[in-house]
Design a protein around this ligand. Structure first.
Ligand SMILES: *Cc1c(COP(=O)(O)O)cnc(C)c1O
Length: 405
């Protein structure tokens, strides 16, 4: 038998940091999914009600999407063989981009390998060191990384605080650099909706570029899941719309929608587009079929919202802190159960799992210190009995480990 090579001292500082996490109680093991992603799934060999996935519409295992992927493998093989700009642009890639552009009612669209690369690749390539980025403090990490890579000056405004954004914008209004206002359409850890309309007003007033990251709004908000721009009826007022193919759409990928020149520019300058291989055809075919489903099975989105309203109402009734002061902050299928302490949150999550509920604990650095939470996500495919059982597990487990709820 061969033995694994033992660690060399060079990386000892990493071990020390892991030990620190273990001491704080926020060290985690990855839960492993056996089989498909569904409302009731098997993780680590245990069957649990699943409130943790982004599979909003049940697309991860939709028969039509499976079929589309298999057919694409038969027709086009398993990989594109190159980056888009060299030899890896397939007809099916173009077809998906045209489809998304029509769906979003914009001139053009470019697809990236992930939502992460779409954000990071776009923000970093359209701005330079003399420019300014006005960014909500809870914007996604991929926006933050893109902003850093751009070398533009970053001004962070308080969460959803449009007046603060304007204050910061005024401070730099006379500087020659370009200004970009950027917000998540739906905030991924809190489930609240960004003030897209009011920020678009600001962008108009100050001549700033307006960008929205609709990762969690794609397939969820707006007509047939067209996103937050449609939800706020802000068509034509948001220069750059990012969406994901990884969440409600059920596969993997991200896209940017906007003017023909924006997209053309990104194809020439966005580094993930230039230096990383394009999607395998199976993924692209899956996404094409998914956009067809958004149009042909809108009842999934209705079910998603019915389930969301019910679950949120019951959670509030049980007395959990689901964020917000007088009314719940979250208006979407993402509902956080705020615990505060990282260790207690992780203990709660483990106890829930043991009781038959998959609800992931999220602590620093994914959310701020002292704001640790259980994040729940509803889907269209959860049945009422499954939701009721989930609520019962939450209530009983909270009592058992001494969390007020
Ligand atoms: C998940 C997420 C992304 C990244 O999307 P992937 O396709 O998973 O890379 C970007 N922005 C937000 C707000 C997200 O929640």
């Amino acid at each position: 038998m061969t033995t694994a090579l033992s660690a060399r001292p060079q990386l000892r500082h990493l071990t020390a940091q892991l030990d620190e996490l273990k001491r704080k109680g926020t060290y985690f093991h990855l839960r492993v999914l056996n089989g498909v992603q569904e409302p009731v799934s098997v993780y680590d060999g245990k069957q649990v009600i699943n409130l943790a996935s982004n599979n909003y519409l049940g697309f991860c295992n939709h028969p039509k999407l499976r079929e589309a992927a298999i057919q694409a493998i038969k027709d086009y093989g398993v990989g594109p063989g190159a980056v888009r700009t060299i030899a890896g642009t397939m007809k099916i890639h173009m077809e998906l981009e045209e489809k998304i552009a029509r769906f979003k009612n914009v001139e053009a669209c470019v697809v990236f390998q992930s939502g992460f690369t779409a954000n990071a690749g776009t923000v970093s390539s359209i701005l330079g060191k003399d420019d300014f980025i006005l960014s909500d403090e809870l914007n996604h990490a991929s926006i933050i990384d893109g902003a850093r890579l751009s070398r533009a000056k970053i001004k962070v405004f308080r969460h959803k605080d449009v007046d603060h954004a304007e204050e910061l914008l005024k401070e730099v209004a006379n500087e020659p650099g370009r200004k970009l206002i950027i917000t998540d359409g739906v905030f991924s850890m809190d489930g609240d909706i960004g003030p897209v309309d009011k920020l678009a007003d600001l962008a108009d007033k100050y001549g700033a570029i307006m960008m929205v990251d609709d990762a969690h709004a794609s397939g969820v908000l707006g007509r047939n899941g067209r996103g937050s721009i449609d939800h706020f009826n802000c068509h034509g007022r948001v220069d750059i719309q990012v969406g994901t193919l990884s969440k409600a759409i059920g596969a993997i990928g991200g896209y940017v929608c906007g003017s023909k020149d924006l997209i053309d520019y990104l194809c020439h300058r966005a580094r993930p587009f230039l230096f990383s291989t394009s999607h395998p055809p199976s993924v692209t075919a899956t996404c094409i079929a998914a956009f067809d489903l958004l149009e042909s099975e809108p009842e999934r989105i209705e079910r998603l919202w019915d389930n969301t309203r019910y679950f949120k109402g019951e959670l509030g009734r049980l007395g959990f802190n689901i964020g917000g002061v007088t009314t719940p902050a979250s208006e979407t299928p993402i509902t956080p159960i705020i615990i505060g302490d990282g260790r207690l949150t992780m203990d709660f999550s483990r106890a829930l799992f043991d009781a038959g509920l998959m609800a992931t604990g999220i602590a620093f650095p994914t959310v701020a210190e002292g704001k640790a939470r259980i994040r729940t996500i509803m889907t269209s495919e959860h049945t009422r009995p499954q939701i009721d059982q989930a609520l019962e597990i939450l209530e009983k487990t909270a009592k058992k480990i001494g969390i007020s709820g």
